[in-house]
Design a protein around this ligand. Sequence first.
Ligand code: NAG
Length: 279
Amino acid sequence: MSSLYSTVYKKLWGYHEVDLDEEQDLNPPRMLGRHYNSTSGSLWPFLGWVLAVILAVALVANQRFENQSDLSCQRQLSTYSPLMEGFSMDSRVVRVNGSLDWPSPYRGPPSPEVDAAWNRISIIRPLDIQLTRDEFLRLDGDPETAAHNAPEHGGQYFLVPQSTHHFHCLNLLRKSTHFKFDYYDAFDPDFTKNRKMFEVHLDHCVEILRQFIMCHVDVGVVTSHWVEGRKKPWPNFNTQHVCKNYEQVLEWTEKHQLPENTPLMPAKPAGVAEMSSPP
Ligand SMILES: *[C@@H]1O[C@H](CO)[C@@H](O)[C@H](O)[C@H]1NC(C)=O
C-alpha cells in the first residue's frame, strides 16, 4: 500500500540528492539580496541545511507512514480487537513444509510432549485487558450478560483470544482420530465428561474451522510433479504464503493474560443478568 508513496518519495530523495551535489560543485557566488550580502554572502549554504532538515523529517515521516499503512492494512483485514491496539504485527512470506511426513512437534503418536506443544497454543488464561463498555460493544452486542473475571482477578470482561479457540478445535480433531482416540478417551475431560456433548463439540470444531478457512480463503495454487515409481502427479504443498507472525501474537497474549493459577474460567456470581439460551 505504501509502495507508490515510497516510490514517489525515493524519486524526490534522489532529486534532492542531486541538487545538493550540484550545489556543492557549482557553489555559485550569487548574492541574493542585501541582507545576506552583508553576512554569509550567500543563501546557498543556508538552503542546503533547510533542505537537509526537510529531508530528514520527510524520511522519518515516510517510515511512520509505512508503519501506519501496515497497521491500516491489518485493520482492513480484521474486525476490531484489543490486540490491534496493542502492537503492529509482522507479516512475512513463508514457505510451508507440506511434505507428507514432515516431522513437526505437533504431530506423531500421542504423548506428553506432543500434548505440551498443543497446550502451549491452545490453553491461555483469561486476558488481563481493561475494555470500556463502548469497546465491548464493538465486539459483542450485549454487555449486560457478559461474563467478567472474578473481582480478585481484576473484574474485567472475560476475554479469550480467538486463535486459542481455533487451536483448541484443531487439537480436538487431532485427538479424536481413531488411532489416537483411546489414548485421550482414558483421561481427557473433553472426551470423558458427556459423550453426546463431545459429539456436538467435535462437530462444532470442524464447523468453526471450516468457517475460518472459508473466511480467510487462500487464493494460492498448488503445482504437481511426476515422481519416479508413481503414476499420478504428486502435489507440491511446499507453497509460499504471506503469514502473520504467530509467535509474536502468542508472546503478546502470554504477556497479557492473568497471572498463573488464575482459573481458566470465572465462576458465576449470584444474581448476574443471564441470557435465556447460549449465543
Ligand atoms: C521439509 O521437511 C523435510 C523433512 O524434514 C525435508 O527433507 C525437506 O527438505 C523440507 N522441505 C522444505 C521445502 O523445506
